[in-house]
Design a protein around this ligand. Structure first.
Ligand SMILES: C[S@@+](CC[C@H](N)C(=O)[O-])C[C@H]1O[C@@H](n2cnc3c(N)ncnc32)[C@H](O)[C@@H]1O
Length: 207
């Protein structure tokens, strides 16, 4: 697994500590911006959330979306089931092992929120193929991850390099992971998503 799970960062394996830390850093604000400007969901969309964590994204999606989430962490998936019950389905699976056995039609939206920087290139390629296979023609994959760019503040760079994920990439590197599979990829770099200095790379990939 390409993420650090020992030392001080091991406490983030607890769903409660993880959610609290995210909230303090501004994850709620970041989710609101993502939904408004990039995800743009419709009421009855089928949303496929890869690396869904505790599925907190569901709070920001329209009430009637159909939601499928999976994540590597059993603790996060248990928390998602307790919190959201029958609002979605939640499974503990590594993205490299995901097999689509459902006959629920193509997804309108696939999400990989804060996931690519946890994955090495092979797993990232598996993520891209999985999302492409699950999406209907015209459906979109939205990803967001910390990134390294020349004009960011030293503080942002320091915080990003402390992440549990061990595969922080430059915007061009994230983009080329996606263009191996998706014909249309729009890349945006933003410095204003969290309450702390941080730089994100957002990909909008259309099947
Ligand atoms: C930064 S968290 C983001 C969680 C969630 N998407 C959110 O926005 O709150 C990254 C998530 O990716 C999951 N993850 C890491 N490697 C994974 C893998 N190989 N397969 C599936 N999930 C993975 C972690 O367990 C963690 O929940």
């Amino acid at each position: 697994m390409a993420q650090i799970t020992h030392g001080v960062r091991s406490v983030l394996s607890s769903a409660v500590v993880y959610d609290l830390t995210q909230r303090i850093l501004g994850a709620e604000r970041s989710r609101r911006i993502l939904v408004r400007d990039y995800i743009r969901p419709e009421q009855s969309d089928l949303v496929f959330d890869i690396g869904c964590g505790t599925a907190e994204m569901l709070r920001h999606l329209p009430e009637h979306v159909r939601y499928i989430g999976f994540d590597l962490s059993q603790d996060y998936i248990d928390a998602a089931r307790r919190r959201f019950g029958d609002r979605g389905s939640f499974e503990c699976i590594d993205v490299a092992d995901y097999q689509d056995t459902a006959h629920d039609g193509g997804a309108d939206i696939a999400l990989a929120i804060g996931l690519l920087h946890h994955l090495d290139d092979d797993r990232a390629a598996a993520l891209m193929r999985t999302a492409w296979n699950k999406l209907r023609p015209g459906g979109r994959l939205i990803t967001i991850d910390g990134t390294l760019v020349p004009d960011q503040s030293g503080m942002a760079r320091t915080i990003i390099l402390k992440d549990r994920g061990q595969n922080i990439r430059e915007p061009g590197q994230y983009t080329s992971l996606a263009t191996q599979v998706f014909g249309s990829v729009k890349t945006t770099v933003r410095h204003d998503m969290l309450y702390v200095p941080y730089t994100h790379c957002i990909l909008e990939c259309t099947r």
